[in-house]
Design a protein. Structure first.
Length: 276
């Protein structure tokens, strides 16, 4: 049996992020073979992943970022089980490294992100490695992108809310406008850009709800549809981005704010991830 030195254990620890004792045991088991030891530790991670598959990974971090020319942005959620892990610097750095990798490769979907190579290991497998290291269920909870003439990103304090927004053109002051819009989406959680983006199922659901409320209030049946239409317009005003009151000046809505910079400037799309 080969003698396992502290230097070898430390090398494996730095390579895998596993605990010192786990690294030493793996090296003893493989007679000092670093590559085989890595495999053993990864298998341990897979075992932990299987054991924790039914656990609720409701904590985590959400991050967003744009590329250098600000035409492509991504938002990512990586979940864990506890707030303690979510606030750990190493966990946040890991999440950031996955986002940076996805952004650099312009990955469009979660599956594309999982297939990317992070330090020689597929992201899918690196998540398993994190499980082995941390001892909690770790998973890619969500990933979305926006590509447009100008893209801006915002992360709320604590990494619990992150947004990206796409603007249809570049104008003077666009950096400030982009930040304001990304913050607006974070703060007000709109369901769509405007009413034209709201799916029919949502509209039908809201109208049905409004009709029931109106009838319960005893309004004449002949007035039900008209009143429901008015309530639907109010719903759009409160829940669609361009119609919402602008958070920094509630005397105007978002659309009016954008047009103060350019009559054709608008938000084309946005993505928002948030931890409950």
């Amino acid at each position: 049996m080969a003698k396992i030195t502290a230097a070898e254990v430390n090398k494996l620890r730095k390579l895998t992020g596993a605990g010192m004792m786990d690294c030493k045991k793996a090296l003893v088991e493989t007679d000092g073979d670093q590559e085989k030891a890595v495999d053993i530790l990864r298998k341990k991670g897979q075992k932990v992943a299987a054991n924790r598959s039914d656990r609720d990974a409701a904590e985590g971090v959400v991050l967003s970022k744009v590329n250098d020319d600000k035409t492509f942005g991504a938002v990512i959620m990586i979940n864990c089980e506890t707030d303690f892990v979510a606030k750990n610097d190493d966990f946040v750095k890991y999440a950031q490294s996955v986002l940076d990798l996805a952004l650099a490769n312009k990955a469009k979907t979660s599956d594309e992100v999982l297939a990317l190579s992070l330090n020689g290991v597929a992201v899918k497998d690196s998540l398993i490695d994190q499980i082995g290291k941390i001892g909690e269920k770790i998973e890619l909870g969500g990933y979305a992108v926006t590509e447009d003439a100008y893209v801006s990103a915002y992360i709320h304090n604590g990494n619990r809310i992150a947004t990206i927004i796409g603007l249809n053109k570049v104008v003077d002051g666009i950096d400030g406008v982009g930040k304001d819009m990304a913050m607006q989406v974070a703060a007000m959680n709109p369901i769509a850009v405007d009413q034209s983006f709201v799916d029919q199922a949502t509209i039908d659901h809201e109208l049905a709800l409004f009709r029931d409320i109106i009838r319960q209030e005893g309004k004449p049946e002949a007035m039900v549809e008209k009143i429901a239409a008015g309530k639907l317009n109010k719903f759009f005003k409160e829940n669609t981005l361009l119609n919402q009151a602008y958070i920094k000046d509630t005397k105007q809505n978002v659309s009016t704010y954008l047009k103060s910079y350019d009559k054709d400037l608008t938000v084309s799309n946005f993505k928002r991830f948030a931890l409950a």
